[in-house]
Design a protein around this ligand. Structure first.
Ligand code: GLC
Length: 593
């Protein structure tokens, strides 16, 4: 064999090995992975449940108030000794109104297709019968029932895939478990590896063996994992018990994963395939009545349609009360979304992401079949003119209807714009109305990336930005107008002392000339000490001056970006770890050097 042949074979083997390890701990091709992930990508919508002994407390214990917002963290936040927690919290956990059927039914009625349930959170207390540790609901509480058994069966009854959340890195009860702060109880002393080998391996084996099919495992706190190699090795062994299981990315900091997790941050763009947003309705994951920052049902519905339109899943969190009932706000939101789903679910399930970069009135999903394509327009701003225009869809043979409506709409191509007219005056739904476009010929779509202008510069502004937002703190940037110039309003930090708002603006630009571009921004600030971050790959940070108030705009140099030919995603945000007050951004211009 010639040397070149050897090299070819080596190269071939290398490519093969690479494409054969796509999934988490599985040896499979991308196609096999896509098949394993199929139910999950079809589903789009699931219920996260954070429920445990901690649901008994409301951010307070023995007169001391918890500082952090997360109810399930109270034991650590107030460094409650193990015996006290066991007696006062676990001992009082008696959810007499728990009804697994009712929980599964409300997820099903909301249009959800899967559930991920906390089986053991950081406090170490298990909600299932366990021979590995008697720190569990059956052995320790007056209630004495195996909640995981009842829920897994109820989910099966309603056709919901059942997934388990399990805190493997942190455990504040079992000896050796990780505690993020210094250990506060002698009983916590111990070796993490032996904790992992006995408690984690033992309990997850129980979960994977005693409850029928487990469709998903949601590990937590990977950043705190102590021994990546051990965790990965055991993780690999465990999935053999549930070979079709989908694995989240938090087993270890080096683990392979099936999807990316976005926690409390609603993404505007994805870098990789398979993505899931998990979001609470207020701030805490677990029930905490004093936490009253509830998100509106309409906002949550739009979060679902947005996630679907960018091709991701939405895992919506419910924190049931300690008696087993869902909070009123959760019930209302689930019913609201369920009513919408009853009419519009075909615009969600089994759909692909939007074929358009950005639509001025809302978002879109799509479905491609052998003989036709369907585009669903999710309309947030219903036109009072009775007419809607779409740029970039060049097909002529299109029929349009309102989902849940009876009349057919008129569709015409006019100057490269698809015009849909004859829309009802009133929006069919107060938050998201859906128009279905059926196209019975090959699609002719121009995605609509941002293009360089005639002078070769590239103009980025709030109108053509895709936003990543952190809705948690009620400080979501909005597009406002100064005359007809758009700018971002309310891009600020609402939590005193917090350094990063979590908000980002992204632009997808189709670059024709590769090379260096100077970044010039027009913005206003009212304080010193803000840092701007702009990146395409490597972030560039620039300290911003106080421009003299939010009405006073300055044109500032934010450095240089190196762009490749083709599509580049450019991101702008406040720099982490530095103060970010309120910045109003009007434009960013990229000028070819
Ligand atoms: C964080 C929190 C935890 C919560 C989880 C959900 O890891 O520590 O309390 O369960 O996020 O994503």
């Amino acid at each position: 064999m010639k040397l070149t042949q050897y090299i070819f074979i080596l190269f071939f083997i290398a490519t093969l090995t690479k494409s054969y390890s796509q999934g988490a701990y599985q040896t499979e091709t991308p196609t096999q992975k896509a098949e394993r992930m199929q139910w999950y990508t079809d589903a789009r919508f699931g219920m996260f449940i954070h429920w445990g002994a901690y649901s008994v407390l409301d951010g307070e214990y023995k007169g001391k108030k918890q500082r952090g917002p997360l109810g399930e963290w109270i034991m650590q936040n107030l460094t409650i000794p193990i015996e006290d927690y066991k007696k006062d919290v676990v001992g009082n956990f008696n959810p007499t109104k728990f009804d697994a059927d009712a929980w599964a039914k409300s997820a099903y009625d909301a249009g959800m297709k899967y559930m991920v349930m906390t089986t053991k959170h950081h406090d170490g207390f298990a909600l299932f019968q366990s021979d590995v540790s008697d720190y569990n609901i059956v052995a320790q509480t007056p209630f004495g029932r195996d909640v995981i058994k009842e829920l897994s069966e109820a989910c099966k009854k309603y056709g919901l895939k059942f997934g388990v959340y399990y805190s493997q890195a942190q455990d504040w009860y079992h000896a050796g478990g990780y505690t993020p702060k210094k250990r506060w109880d002698k009983k916590q002393e111990g070796d993490w590896d032996s904790y992992f080998e006995t408690i984690v391996k033992g309990q997850v084996t129980e979960l994977f063996s005693n409850y029928g099919e487990i469709s998903l495992i949601w590990w937590d706190s990977a950043r705190k994992v102590q021994n990546n190699d051990l965790a990965n090795a055991i993780g690999r062994e465990l999935v053999k018990l549930q070979p079709n299981i989908i694995v989240n990315p938090r087993l270890s900091t080096t683990s392979q994963m099936d999807f990316q997790t976005f926690e409390q941050v609603i993404p505007g763009v994805f870098e990789k395939e398979y993505n899931e947003l998990c979001l609470t309705q207020n701030r805490s994951w677990s029930y905490k009545p004093s936490d009253t920052l509830w998100k509106e049902p309409a906002f949550l519905l739009k979060t679902l349609t947005h996630m679907t339109s960018i091709g991701g899943n939405f895992l919506f969190n419910v924190g049931p009360k300690s008696n087993g009932e869902f909070p009123k706000q959760a019930k209302e939101a689930l019913e609201y979304i369920g009513e919408w789903m009853a009419i519009n679910n075909e615009a969600i399930y089994e759909t692909e992401k939007s074929p358009f970069y950005k639509l001025p009135f809302g978002e879109a999903t799509m479905r491609q079949m052998d003989d036709k394509s369907i585009i669903y327009l999710h309309i947030y701003d219903w036109p009072s003119s009775g007419m809607l225009e779409i740029k970039g869809l060049h097909n002529a043979s299109v029929s349009a209807s309102v989902l849940g409506g009876s009349s057919t709409l008129k569709v015409e191509q006019n100057n490269n714009r698809l015009q849909i007219s004859g829309l009802p005056k009133e929006a069919p739904h107060d938050a998201v109305s859906v128009i279905k476009l059926e196209i019975s010929e090959p699609l002719k779509i121009d995605y609509g990336y941002i293009q360089p202008s005639e002078d070769r510069s590239i103009l980025l502004n709030p109108e053509n930005a895709l936003l990543t937002i952190k809705p948690q703190f009620d400080c979501i940037p909005e597009v406002a107008y100064d005359g007809d110039e758009p700018y971002f309003r309310n891009w600020q930090n609402c939590i005193p002392g917090r350094i990063d708002t979590g908000n980002q603006a992204h632009w997808k630009v189709n670059v024709t000339e590769k090379g260096d571009y100077k970044v010039v921004a027009k913005l206003s600030t009212r304080a010193d000490g803000n840092f701007a971050m702009i990146k395409v790959n490597k972030p560039v940070h620039t300290k911003l001056p106080n421009t003299g108030g939010l009405d006073v705009y300055q044109t500032l140099d934010l450095g240089t970006l190196s762009l490749k030919k083709g599509v580049n995603t450019i991101t702008f945000s406040g720099q982490k770890k530095k103060a970010w007050d309120n910045v109003q951004l009007k434009t960013i211009r990229l000028i070819k050097l």
